[in-house]
Ligand binder design. Structure first.
Ligand code: GNR
Ligand code: NI
Length: 170
């Protein structure tokens, strides 16, 4: 097990679309376990591989209070949505920023587990929000993309305009 480094907005690597996992190998299982450890340590309730600079469609989630119910999602896809709801969101890649985002209230999701077996999950509440937030990461999207451009501008100023490496002084 190992802790991984979490990338921060506006790192351009967070904007790339991740590739589907062709086969769930030991390497993928190791990645998922390292991601889970990194997520618990942060602490957070979800983590997507692009946040740790791995361009693969791997997500870990645990919305339980006791950190006792890890979910491993390989190639997750939402196959059904119902309703809309607003919830205050944050992101480990956008530290210190919290704001309301409107998303689907209930979702049905398809994914592979760590054995490479397909499964389906119905989710609502925080779990439904988290699934949508993490799948967005796999597509290079961040929750602040749903905010007004004025708010995004302020966040960008606060977190630094480091699209390109910052110029060294002296
Ligand atoms: O830890 C997290 N909390 C959270 C709260 C509300 C909505 C979404 C999230 S996900 C976030 C961890 C994270 O950044 N996952 O990508
Ligand atoms: Ni996030």
């Amino acid at each position: 097990m190992a802790l991984l480094e979490i990338l921060h907005y506006p790192d351009p690597r967070l904007r790339k679309s991740a590739e589907a996992v062709a086969k769930v190998t030991d390497e993928i299982r190791r990645l998922a376990e390292d991601m889970l450890e990194t997520m618990y340590k942060a602490p957070g309730i979800g983590l997507a591989a692009p946040q740790v600079n791995v361009g693969k469609r791997v997500v870990v989630i645990d919305v339980s209070e006791e950190k006792s119910s890890p979910l491993y999602l390989i190639n997750p896809e939402i196959v059904h949505r119902e309703g809309t709801e607003q919830m205050e969101e944050g992101c480990l890649s956008v530290p210190g920023v919290f704001d309301l985002v409107e998303r689907s209230e209930r979702v049905t999701m398809h994914a592979l587990n760590l054995d490479g077996k397909p499964f389906e999950l119905d989710a609502d509440g925080l779990l439904a929000v988290c699934i949508q937030h993490e799948i967005d990461h796999l597509n290079g999207k961040l929750f602040i993309d749903y905010l007004s451009s004025l708010k995004r501008q302020r966040i960008r100023k606060k977190l630094g305009k480091r699209e390109k490496p910052q110029r060294q002084v002296l």
